[in-house]
Design a protein around this ligand. Structure first.
Ligand code: GDP
Ligand code: IMO
Ligand code: MG
Length: 423
């Protein structure tokens, strides 16, 4: 399978977890390279549902190695909870199947406090973050005042550095009207987590270098989606990491010339959770999907905003990620519709735009120009081969792939492994 970077080609929650789980069958190593426990990747094994936040979705397959690489921001207490949750479900996670980078940055309670406080202060201009402290942690990383895993597990250095940083952050928390954090409490909580995680922490760059030298198949698991990318997304309504394919290299230390392919995962329609422009948003499709009990966030439980497929956006995603192949998920969500709409261009200020504007205020005013497709009005969730899909369904999927500008290779018609077709 070679080394594949898998990215979300929309606003996150495209079904990356499910596709990663399917593709892991043919890979040896699965690597998370950015983001933190703002991600929620859902995988079903039979009737059992697993929601992974920090641990790569490859963990559910035996004999695979998962790596949390340097580009991730890691909440150690959250990770220990996730490990315990998996253990309760019978999934064994040990240092032989999970490795954590020494240089991944650590999320602290003050990061979460500041994340929440900044959102309140922004009022109507809030981003709608997951409040997991992601932005402030990456902020400290860029400001060169962060803690890395290597600092967390260092028995002498950690208590000293913690006191220093806590004093400074408490001043900020108090200035925002919050309650200062207690040193002893944070120290105790983080020391327990550090003791649990110490055996997993290693030099993952060297491990991945050696793996590439012996020709191991590596899958790079993207979190979030293209339009939440710090550089290429709908700034400022984005997350604080590079969610696009380049982030997989800086976030893992595996260089670009060792990557073979980029796979973009997208839904057959569009969703977004949180604030910010969403040109193809539509209440008809939103109400329909929510009525089916679908499209509620895996991390925060918030209802996702829904819209028709936006081909202007996905074409942009192909451009910035270099997407070679597409996996289109949630096709079954459209099964009952008589007709479907696809946004093929935007109209704003009397002009027609074929590319996404960089100015978020302009994007927010863009009106979609639609192309209408006939629906298939047939359940697809039991179909197991491409040729058996209704002709209108195949026509729709091939058309949106062509507009997106990459080859369709995987179609998904349900959350389970078996509900996946390879073209
Ligand atoms: P991720 O963040 O990209 O991994 O996606 P999430 O797990 O947050 O959200 C995707 C949701 O769609 C999850 O509930 C998946 O179980 C579900 N899902 C994935 N593919 C399909 C599909 O083809 N059909 C249906 N019905 N659900 C799917
Ligand atoms: P997965 O990996 C969907 C969104 C938040 C908010 C913005 C910034 O499951 O696809 P943050 O907490 O990162 O500072 O929030 O980004 N967001 C996601 N939306 N899926 C995700 O991850 C997301 N991770 C962050 O809702 O709008
Ligand atoms: Mg998700």
């Amino acid at each position: 399978m070679a080394n594949v970077i898998l990215v979300g080609a929309q606003w996150g929650d495209e079904g990356k977890g499910k596709i990663i789980d399917v593709l892991t069958e043919k890979s040896e190593i699965v690597v998370r390279t950015q983001g933190g426990n703002n991600a929620g990747h859902t995988v079903y094994l039979g009737k059992d549902k697993y929601v992974l936040h920090l641990i790569p979705s490859g963990i559910l397959r035996k004999d695979k190695v998962c790596v949390i690489a340097n580009g991730v921001v890691l909440d150690p207490v959250g990770l220990v909870k996730e490990l315990d949750g998996l253990s309760a479900l019978g999934v064994s996670v040990t240092p032989s199947n999970l490795q954590i980078s020494e240089t991944a940055h650590v999320v602290f309670p003050w990061h979460r406090e500041l994340d929440g406080a900044r959102e309140v202060k922004k009022g109507n201009d809030r981003i709608g973050t997951t409040k997991r402290g992601i932005g402030p942690t990456y902020g400290d990383k860029a400001a060169r005042v962060g803690f890395r895993m290597i600092d967390l597990i260092h028995r002498e250095r950690f208590p000293v550095k913690l006191r220093e940083r806590l004093i400074e952050n408490n001043e900020v928390i108090e200035s925002l009207g919050g309650t200062p954090l207690n040193y002893e409490t944070v120290l105790a909580e983080y020391t327990i987590a550090a003791d649990r995680l110490r055996p997993f922490v290693t030099n993952t760059v060297v491990y991945l270098y050696e793996a590439t030298r012996r020709g191991a198949n590596i899958l790079f698991e993207g979190a979030q989606g293209t339009f939440l990318d710090l550089d290429h997304g709908t700034y400022p309504y984005v997350t604080s990491s590079n969610t696009t394919s380049g982030g997989a290299c800086t976030g893992s230390g595996v260089p670009p010339n060792r990557m073979d392919r980029v796979m973009g995962v997208l839904k057959a329609y569009t969703t977004r959770v949180g604030e910010g422009p969403l040109p193809s948003e539509n209440s008809e499709i939103s109400d329909m999907l929510h009525g089916m009990g679908r499209e509620f966030g895996a991390t925060t439980g918030r209802a996702r905003r829904c819209g028709w497929f936006d081909a202007v956006a996905t074409r942009h995603a192909t451009m910035v990620n270099g997407i070679d192949e597409l996996a289109i998920t949630n096709v079954d969500g459209l099964d009952t519709l008589k007709t479907l709409r696809v946004c093929v261009a935007y109209k704003v200020d009397g002009r027609v735009l074929r590319h996404m504007p960089n100015d978020c205020e302009v994007l927010a005013r863009c009106e979609p120009i639609w192309e209408v497709f006939p629906g298939w009005e047939t359940p697809t969730d039991q179909i197991t081969s491409w040729g058996d899909l209704p002709v209108n369904c195949r026509h729709y999927l091939l058309s949106i792939s062509q507009m997106t500008g990459a080859r369709l290779t995987i179609t998904s018609v349900g959350p389970a492994r078996e509900q996946t077709m390879f073209l």
